[in-house]
Design a protein around this ligand. Sequence first.
Ligand code: CP
Length: 307
Amino acid sequence: MTALSTKHLLGIKDLTPDDINLILDTAESFKEVINRPIKKVPSLRDLTIANLFFENSTRTKLSFELAEKRLSADVINFAASSSSVKKGETLIDTVNNILAMKVDMVVMRHPNPGAAVFLSKHIDAKIVNAGDGAHEHPTQALLDAFSIKQTLGSVKGKKIAIIGDILHSRVALSNIFCLQKLGAEVMVCGPTTLIPKYIESLGVKVENNLRKALEWCDVANMLRIQLERQDIKFFPSLREYTMLFGLNKEILDSLSKKIVVMHPGPINRGVEITSDVADSDQSIILEQVENGVAVRMAVLFLLAGRG
Ligand code: CP
């Protein structure tokens, strides 16, 4: 198989296991490319890609831009906060104006769930969802799966605990779809108020005790408390959250086996994870960021039909 079954990357839900494996295999080649002295290939030199960010980002925005440049695409960047969106221009009008400048592909982050799907129904260009509200963040899940594969040899059969604010997390949903399609077992762990009721219907285990989740898993993916998406109080205080669900070195060292620690970033040091854990030899947080560039190169390359 050398081509994806989908025109866009809107969510992991739409991908087949073969699609995911093709992306991960292609990313391996690109990881080798970006570690060479000359980190660039001419694969997309005839394409122009627009990065449209309607919500803040550090990793995803820079990683896509670097991936596009490493593939020799022409790149334009759009930040809603400094655009005519502030004057009332709609999403469709904004994107159609950008496409009128002969753009071939759109990478979009948006605060509204479904924004990428909505856009795909109204424009011709290929779309990559770079995170839509609390819905999906497909390239994060792909880079997480790639990082697990690189660290543990495979994803199949591994036990992954996703810990923290599951309710407001697009990373959690995309990871659940991706890891299950690759044959992993998935558990979510957090306060009951931050675990959506539908989650068990996705076939994941639910655990409210951090130690039990950590004893069960091979990999702990620690998620940030997304205070910016919480308009009501879901737990009494950050201090109490940290006491019950924060990962510190004492707990990590007391486990019966050595687990891998992941975090999609941005980290709230001292809340969901302490600095000594984030910076420990069990943490692969910066490997995740490095792998993000290779995985995004693979996604863009395959969506452009260059596989
Ligand atoms: N992991 C992630 O999506 O980080 P940013 O919000 O900084 O892009």
